[in-house]
Design a protein around this ligand. Sequence first.
Ligand code: CDP
Length: 226
Amino acid sequence: MQVPDIIIAIDGYSSTGKSSFAKIVANEFGFLYLDSGALYRGVTLFAIEKRLINEDCTIDIPALTGALEELDLHFGKGGTYIGDRCIENEIRSLEVAGKVSPIAAVPQVRNYVDRKLREFGRNKRVVMDGRDIGTTVFPEAELKLFMTADPMIRAQRRLAEMNAKGDHADLQEVLKNLQERDYIDSHREVSPLTKADDALVLDNSNMTIDDQMEWLKEVIQKRFNC
Ligand code: CDP
């Protein structure tokens, strides 16, 4: 299938399988995949290590804003990096997951990440997933998807993913984390998680990845005549 030079923006709730799907889509169409959540997670890890966020999620915003000027966060071989240190595993921990939404609600952090994402997405043929890609980062994206699924199914999927990596967690704890993140993400002042008017909803509660791919190909064929 010859897909034109477009940007595909995938937004939606936590653990709806946005990144797994986006990676497969990128692979299938020869697009670049960009995981915007990984950058928010990277800033969170950085803030934890520099002690700019404490246990109750109070953030030293002026210090964090200053420190961001020095932060070299980028994608490289195998995932996300700070300078030449690969942080891909650390950013997936429950500790980072528990602090990322408050960090992502800080306007200065959003500016920092938005700037990077726009730079990475300049050349089209990009699939980007996140919470505000179709609304804020690339409102001009030619194709926007909004992914959702039943919360319990999402928690089970996330737990299975963590178990597969040898990270053991409790189902209720994972469910609580994703519901808290959904709440904070949807209610923050700056770029809240919301469906763009022109986004197509994809509820994958009862869909396999193959079902999703078939659905997407049909959408693309119809919309772009390819
Ligand atoms: O765990 P999941 O894959 O669902 O989340 P993620 O994509 O890794 O994103 C982690 C967190 O980063 C989200 O819960 C949001 O708080 C924040 N985020 C955001 O605010 N805007 C984005 N474009 C992407 C992520």
